[in-house]
Each structure stands twice: as structure tokens, then as C-alpha cells.
Design a protein around this ligand. Structure first.
Ligand code: ZN
Length: 310
């Protein structure tokens, strides 16, 4: 498995922390699998939402910065998150969004798949997509969202670029993806290393204006590798392409490398190990504020600064 195993997680920026947590756990019915702080800015939360275990390929994470203001979606950015949902569930979601006052589109079709687009409370663009291939991942369910409707995890990420070619080269030559479909300005790249969270759509907008990273936009896209040995093998391949890349960083729940791909999107490579049960048992995931060890001695100060969630 010395390959990129699809998406690991996607990280986006939010404004109000409590509103963010309520939307993803209550309206979308995801599990908060980890509540920690931004390791580079410990006065800010870092939320991880996913399935029961926070399996790679299901994890959407947020930095909620209370006063950050709205970002702008544009080129050089991940612009649409695709979640996989079961066939026949889109009407349920559309009705749910209407009742909850969530901005959403009509049920539509693209690249042979039905989807429903909506925006989270900060304006982040997300699509619920009925995958063309079977998705057997066990979902997290809630009182309001049973397994017949529940989100399975990621279907895809869409990157919007002035020119797709340099990014496509990274995907095909280093990451092992191949071009599978094209429709209009959208080119679909897929890896067959995994069965889900395996798609990256590249949208080419030659005259598009650059995105601005603040609330309601994606910060980075993390791709999945099995462990740190393979992580470092990919590091070498990326260095050989002449790109700048960070050293290995310990993110407590995985090991990471970051590099900016030539189209401007911040990419991360992240490992399966050690996972979210490293500091909390499975049945308690997300229920405690977890701090990395360098901040544990400042816990009281950090807890006093963080926004109240209930
Ligand atoms: Zn990340």
C-alpha cells in the first residue's frame, strides 16, 4: 500500500465555534470525533467531524476564528467538498435544509451522478452526492438521521484553478490518480487505490480571480498515506519535483507534511497512525477538550480564552 489512499481530511475556516459545531453535529449528523486547539494558535479550537472512529476519508476539520470575517471562493483553492450519501436520500436532505433555513440548490446531475449543493452557516460550499459506485462505509447516525440517509464520508474534493495542468501532473505522476471523466470545465481524477474518497475534480477557470482564505473557505486538503515510512517516501518524490515541503510534523492524531501544489492549493499528506483513539476511548471521542502535551500546563488559561460551546 505504498500509495496515496485518497483523501485523509479537509480543513476549512469558520467564524462562530458554537454555530459551526451545531451545524455539523445536528443538521448534518456527523460525529464530533475530536475537540482540540489549533496547535499553532491554541486560543482557537480545532474541531474534527467524521464517522464513528473518524476514519480517514470522513474527516472535515475546522478552525473557528470568531472575528475573522468572510473569505472569498476563487482560484487556487479547494472550492467544493463532496460528501457521499445513499441513493434516494437527496429529497430527505433537501427538505431538512429547507426546514433548517440552510441555503441549498435543486437536486441536479453532473458527471452521471445526482447531487444537492448547499452552504454551511459561513458560506462553505458542500455537495451531497449519490456516488456512481457503491459506498459501504458505515455512517454515524443520530435520532434524526438514520443510516438510510446518513453521510458516509467524502466523495470528492473540487479544486478551482486557472490552469489545471500543473496540478493534474502532481495527481497523476506523484499521487497515482488518473483522468476518468470530463464535463464542461470539470475534469475528474480518480485513484483506484481505495474505493471511496478517491476523487479529485479539477475545474479550470482561466480568468478566475484568486480566492481569499477566511471564513467559509477551505484551508487545505490532506491526502492519506498508510504510515510515516510511506509519508517520507512521498516527501522525497515531491522534493524531486522541485517543490518546497515541510519536515514531518506530529499532529498528535497523525503525522503530516505540507506543500503548496503549483496551482496554489495547500496540500497535506497525513498518516493513518496513530488515529483519534490515541488519547480518548472510542465511546468518548470528542467529549473532552484534548490538548497537545506542550499546552497541557496552560490548560486553565486556554479554557478561559476559548469560546463557550453550551
Ligand atoms: Zn490538515
Amino acid at each position: 500500500m505504498e500509495r496515496i489512499l485518497g483523501l485523509h481530511h479537509i480543513t476549512a475556516i469558520a467564524g462562530d465555534a458554537r454555530r459551526n459545531q451545531d451545524f455539523y453535529t445536528k443538521v448534518l449528523g456527523l460525529r464530533l470525533v475530536k475537540k482540540t486547539v489549533n496547535f499553532d494558535d491554541p486560543g482557537t479550537y480545532h474541531f474534527y467531524f467524521g464517522n464513528e472512529t473518524g476514519a480517514p476519508g470522513t474527516i472535515l476539520t475546522f478552525f473557528p476564528w470568531e472575528n475573522i470575517g468572510a473569505g472569498r471562493t476563487g482560484t487556487g483553492m479547494a472550492t467544493e467538498i463532496g460528501y457521499s450519501v445513499p441513493a434516494g436520500s437527496l429529497e430527505f436532505w433537501k427538505e431538512r435544509f429547507t426546514r433548517a433555513g440552510v441555503r441549498h440548490g435543486e437536486i441536479s446531475r453532473r458527471l452521471g451522478e445526482q447531487y444537492l449543493s448547499f452552504q454551511d452557516p459561513d458560506g462553505l460550499n458542500i455537495n451531497l452526492i449519490v456516488s456512481g459506485t457503491e459506498d459501504n462505509r458505515a455512517p454515524w447516525t443520530t435520532d434524526e438521521i438514520s443510516a438510510q440517509y446518513a453521510i458516509r464520508g467524502f466523495h470528492s474534493i473540487t479544486l478551482t484553478l486557472r490552469s489545471i495542468k500543473p496540478t493534474a501532473t502532481i495527481l497523476t505522476e506523484i499521487f497515482g490518480y488518473h483522468l476518468s471523466q470530463q464535463e464542461g470545465d470539470r475534469s475528474r481524477y480518480v485513484t483506484d487505490a481505495v474505493e471511496s474518497a478517491s476523487i479529485v475534480d479539477l475545474v479550470e477557470v482561466p480568468s478566475g480571480s484568486a480566492g481569499y482564505n477566511a471564513a467559509g473557505t477551505n484551508h487545505h486538503v490532506a491526502f492519506r498515506v498508510k504510515d510515516d515510512t510511506i509519508l517520507m517516501e512521498f516527501r522525497e518524490k515531491i522534493v524531486k519535483k522541485g517543490l518546497q515541503i515541510t519536515p514531518k510534523i506530529d499532529r498528535d492524531y497523525f503525522f503530516s507534511l505540507y506543500f503548496r501544489e503549483p496551482g496554489g492549493v495547500l496540500f497535506e499528506l497525513a498518516t493513518d497512525n496513530p488515529g483519534f483513539t490515541r488519547d480518548e476511548p472510542l465511546n468518548e471521542l470528542g467529549s473532552h477538550l484534548k490538548l497537545p502535551k506542550q499546552y497541557e500546563s496552560s490548560r486553565a488559561r486556554i479554557e478561559a480564552v476559548l469560546p463557550k460551546l453550551d
